[in-house]
Design a protein around this ligand. Structure first.
Ligand SMILES: C[S@@+](CC[C@H](N)C(=O)[O-])C[C@H]1O[C@@H](n2cnc3c(N)ncnc32)[C@H](O)[C@@H]1O
Length: 126
């Protein structure tokens, strides 16, 4: 991650989280598929496609919106993000998933055993 990106996420974690959660109410102006009109549609489709209940959101972002959504739907989901402020924000606004989100860098070894997950989602990270 560039210094610029890291600085952006550190300085704007709260605002990023507010916007990301607010987008759940928004409808896309243009969509690549008629069945996907909102972020909620996308999340529901991902849940349908998931081959099991154990998942990792790799680069979950400030507030870990999608980790919370999957957890609320009964998934045994975890989230990692390299920016400490992003994880702190997730724990602040979703204390019920505080133990599920962790600071970790995808560029290095992750704090999980091999084959810990049925699926990994990595939205807008790579
Ligand atoms: C555009 S945000 C997307 C967040 C979330 N996946 C979403 O869909 O809203 C990209 C995220 O990837 C994280 N990230 C970037 N490089 C990373 C790395 N090497 N390891 C872990 N997280 C990383 C950033 O900190 C940021 O929170």
């Amino acid at each position: 991650m560039t210094d610029y990106s890291a600085r952006f996420y550190k300085n704007h974690a709260r605002r990023y989280s507010e916007v990301a959660h607010g987008l759940l109410q928004s409808v896309y102006i243009k969509s690549s598929h008629p069945a996907v009109r909102t972020d909620l549609d996308l999340l529901e489709r991902l849940k349908e496609l998931a081959p099991g209940k154990q998942g990792l959101d790799a680069g979950c972002g400030a507030g870990a919106r999608d980790v919370h959504s999957f957890w609320a739907s009964g998934f045994d989901i975890r989230g990692i993000d390299v920016i400490e402020e992003n994880i702190r924000m997730a724990r602040e606004i979703h204390p019920e998933i505080a133990g599920r989100v962790t600071v970790a860098d995808l560029a290095g070894p992750l704090p999980y055993d091999d084959a810990s997950f049925d699926f990994v989602m990595c939205n807008a990270v790579i």
